[in-house]
Design a protein around this ligand. Structure first.
Ligand SMILES: Nc1nc2c(ncn2[C@@H]2O[C@H](COP(=O)(O)OP(=O)(O)OP(=O)(O)O)[C@@H](O)[C@H]2O)c(=O)[nH]1
Length: 429
C-alpha cells in the first residue's frame, strides 16, 4: 500500500470540468485530430514501427499548458463569419456534406447549456457545507486519516464511484469489463480529514465461493491487500442482480459479509440504483443481505450519477481516525501522474475502438521525462498481436490513433496544468 505514495492536488483537479470543456471543443478536435502529413512517412500504415501519433505534429490550443489558466470554458474560439455561408461553400465547391457536423455542434451546444443549467440548479439546491478548515492550516496533531478499499465484480462500478468521490478521472470508466488493470490511488483531503481510496481490480470467486486458483498475480495481491484497509466497500450492480443475478457476485457479497469481528469496517453498496425503476425492488435486495453481520451499513448509490454518494462520503469521513496524513495534499506524485496518463489514454482508446479490439492488446508506458522547460514528454506503446488489430487502432492514415492522442493530450494538459508532449506508438508483437 505504501508503494504508491501520492496525493491529488484537489482544488486544482476538481476545478477541471471535462463535460463543459468537451462540449465546445469537440468540433475543433474532430478537424484538428486529422494528422498532418507524417514528416518521415506520409502513410504511417506502411511503416508499422514509426510513431503513430506525436502531439508535436498538432497545433493545439494551449488550454492547460504552461502552468497557466486551466481553460475549462471550452477554449473554442467563436467564428466571426456566418457558419451557413461557409457550409454552403463547402458543399457547393468541395462537395462536402457538412450538415451532420452542424447538427452535431448544435446538439453539443444544447447539451452543454443543459449541463450548465443543471449544475447551477444543483449548486443552488445544495445544502450549505460546513465551513471548512483550509488544509494549509491543519496542524499534524489535528489530522485524521482513513484508508478505503473498494471491491466488487468486474463492471460493478468501482472506478465510476472512485471518480465521483475524488472528483477527477482516476480510473478509466468503460462499458467493457476489467478496465482496471492495477490499483489506482485517489486521495480526498477535505478540512482535517484525508481519505485514501484503493480501487481494486475486479475480483471474483468461483461458484463454490473459493478464489480461482489460477488467478493472476494482480488478483492475488488484491485479495491479500484488502485486509489492510480501515474500511472496505463491497459494491455490486443492483440492476444486474435484479435482472440477471450472478451466483459468484452473491458469493462475494456473502463471503465479505460473513467475516465479522475484525477491526475493519465493511459496507455494502448497491450501485446503479438509477437503472432500477421499481424502487421497491431495492428494498427487496436490501432485505436479502440484511443478515450479513460483517456489514456495518448498506448504501444505495449511483456512482455514475452521484445519488447517495454524498451520504457514503459523509459516513467515510466520520470513520476517519486521528492519524497523520499519509499523503501530501498538495503534490501529485509522479506515480499517480503516470497512472493517470495511462488511464486517460486507455479511456480514449476504449471510446474509439469499442467492439473492434479485444483485450489482448498491451498498453505500456515506455518513457516519462520532465523536460527543462517544465513540460512532460510521455511515450506510450500499444502492442497488438496481429497486423489487422494494428490497422484498426491506427485507422486510415493514422486518423484513429490521432484522435485518441489529441483528446488524451488535451485532457492530460488540463489535469497536469503544463505542456504535454504525448507520443503513442502502435506495434505488432
Ligand atoms: N447507469 C449506471 N451506470 C454505471 C454506474 N456506475 C458505473 N456504471 C457503468 O458501468 C460500467 C462499468 O463501470 P466501471 O466503473 O468501469 O466498473 P469497474 O467495477 O471499475 O470495472 P472493472 O475495472 O472491470 O473492475 C461503465 O459503463 C459505467 O459507466 C451507475 O451508478 N449507474
Amino acid at each position: 500500500m505504501k508503494a504508491v505514495r501520492a496525493a491529488l492536488r484537489l482544488k486544482s483537479l476538481t476545478s477541471f470540468s471535462s463535460s463543459t470543456r468537451k462540449s465546445t471543443f469537440i468540433l475543433n478536435r474532430y478537424y484538428s485530430a486529422q494528422p498532418e502529413e507524417h514528416p518521415l512517412h506520409p502513410n504511417p500504415e506502411e511503416h508499422p514501427y514509426e510513431a503513430a501519433f506525436d502531439s508535436s505534429h498538432f497545433d493545439l490550443d494551449d488550454a492547460g499548458g504552461g502552468g497557466g489558466d486551466n481553460n475549462t470554458d471550452g477554449g473554442g474560439k467563436e467564428t466571426t463569419w456566418d457558419e451557413k455561408y461557409r457550409d454552403r461553400v463547402k458543399s457547393k465547391v468541395f462537395g462536402e456534406d457538412v450538415s451532420h457536423f452542424r447538427i452535431y455542434k448544435r446538439e453539443e451546444e444544447k447539451n452543454r447549456k443543459a449541463a450548465q443549467a443543471m449544475s447551477l440548479l444543483e449548486a443552488a439546491l445544495d445544502e450549505p457545507e460546513e465551513e471548512e478548515v483550509d488544509v494549509m492550516d491543519v496542524k499534524d496533531e489535528d489530522q485524521k486519516s482513513l484508508s478505503v478499499g473498494i471491491i466488487g465484480a468486474p463492471n460493478a462500478g468501482k472506478s465510476a464511484l472512485t471518480n465521483n468521490i475524488i472528483g477527477t478521472k482516476v480510473s478509466a470508466v468503460s462499458r467493457k469489463i476489467n478496465t482496471t488493470t492495477h490499483e489506482v490511488l485517489g486521495v480526498l483531503t477535505k478540512g482535517v480529514t484525508q481519505i485514501c481510496f484503493f480501487d481494486t481490480p475486479g475480483l471474483m470467486l468461483k461458484k463454490s465461493g473459493i478464489p480461482y486458483s489460477d488467478i493472476k498475480v494482480r488478483n492475488e495481491s488484491a485479495w491479500s491487500s484488502i485486509s489492510y484497509y480501515d474500511v472496505l466497500i463491497v459494491i455490486f450492480d443492483v440492476h444486474r442482480h435484479l435482472t440477471r443475478p450472478d451466483s459468484r457476485v452473491v458469493r462475494l457479497i456473502e463471503r465479505m459479509g460473513s467475516i465479522s469481528g475484525t477491526s475493519q469496517k465493511r459496507v455494502l453498496c448497491m450501485n446503479k440504483v438509477d437503472l432500477v425503476t421499481k424502487k421497491n425492488d431495492l428494498l427487496k435486495v436490501a432485505t436479502e443481505f440484511k443478515d450479513l453481520a460483517g456489514y456495518e451499513k448498506q448504501f444505495m448509490i449511483s456512482g455514475l450519477k452521484g445519488a447517495g454518494v454524498k451520504d457514503l462520503t459523509r459516513y467515510l469521513s466520520e470513520q476517519a481516525v486521528k492519524r497523520p496524513w499519509d499523503e501530501d495534499p498538495f503534490v501529485m506524485s509522479e506515480e499517480v501522474m503516470k497512472n493517470i496518463s495511462l488511464e486517460i489514454v486507455r479511456e480514449k482508446l476504449l471510446d474509439y475502438v469499442h467492439q473492434e479490439i479485444p483485450y489482448g492488446i498491451e498498453h505500456r508506458l515506455m518513457s516519462w521525462k520532465e523536460l527543462r522547460d517544465g513540460s512532460l514528454r510521455i511515450e506510450q506503446h500499444f502492442i497488438t498481436h496481429k497486423i489487422s488489430q494494428r490497422k484498426i487502432l491506427v485507422g486510415k492514415n493514422g486518423s484513429k490513433i490521432g484522435r485518441i492522442g489529441v483528446e488524451a493530450n488535451e485532457e492530460l494538459r488540463s489535469i497536469f496544468k503544463r505542456h504535454v508532449h504525448l507520443i503513442l506508438m502502435v506495434k505488432v508483437k
